[in-house]
Design a protein. Structure first.
Length: 221
């Protein structure tokens, strides 16, 4: 399957740029030249609010239908093929699939604990996970704890399927045996019901308080 395409694109009402579109593991990358300088954009699949084929006059590029990327923050991007007439439909299908996969990247597992076992469990957690998070395809791994339970959060652009190679890891089961005396029941997968994320402050500094817009107070832009 192709990972790069020759394209032209326009961001909002801006000028046309010409270059290459690439599918990266977590992002769509546009790299090329505008009218007077180089132009590049990297867009996380999870930042896409919608993907559609633009056939209206305002969406077309040089009279050709375009692929329109609607973003949660920022102007829409219109992309058209340089030499492949059927490319727009192909890109729309691939981006829609990647956008959906990115939305399912977080899994939470709740483990109930025997009362009074929290100190022993903290000692187990201090040893770190019984697997290599990077090798398992994770982008982030967090653990939260109350006196009654432990919540493991796994984030990956591979989606929920990231748990499959993890459960097949031999070291996981060897270390998991140490947990048996402290488990009050079987682990449960928590169902996500709500999510909110602030648009990237690096993309729009106006979202920051006035005193933080220039990279002061420890922020490095």
């Amino acid at each position: 399957m192709k990972t790069s395409y020759s394209v032209v694109w326009r961001e909002g009402e801006g000028p046309l740029a010409r270059g290459k579109l690439e599918f990266l593991s977590k992002q769509l990358r546009l790299d090329g030249m505008g009218p007077t300088s180089s132009a590049s954009r990297e867009i996380d699949y999870g930042d896409l609010a919608g993907v559609r084929v633009g056939r209206a006059a305002a969406d077309r590029i040089d009279g050709r239908p375009s692929l329109v990327l609607e973003r949660h923050a920022g102007d829409p991007l219109a992309i058209a093929s340089v030499v492949e007439p059927g490319m727009v439909g192909e890109l729309a299908e691939r981006l829609s699939a990647l956008q959906h996969a990115g939305g399912e990247r977080r899994t939470a597992v709740v483990v109930p604990l025997v009362p009074g076992s929290d100190d022993a469990v903290r000692a187990l957690l201090a040893g770190g996970p019984p697997f290599d998070p990077a090798a398992m395809g994770l982008d982030r791994h967090l653990v939260f704890m109350t006196p009654d339970e432990v919540v493991f959060v796994f984030e990956s652009w591979l989606g929920a399927s990231v748990l499959e190679p993890m459960l097949a890891e031999p070291g996981l089961w060897e270390r998991a045996a140490a947990w048996h005396p402290y488990l009050a029941g079987p682990p449960r997968i928590a169902q996500g019901v709500y999510s909110w994320a602030r648009p990237s402050v690096t993309a729009d500094r106006s979202l920051l308080p006035p005193g933080l817009r220039n990279g002061d107070a420890g922020f490095d832009f």
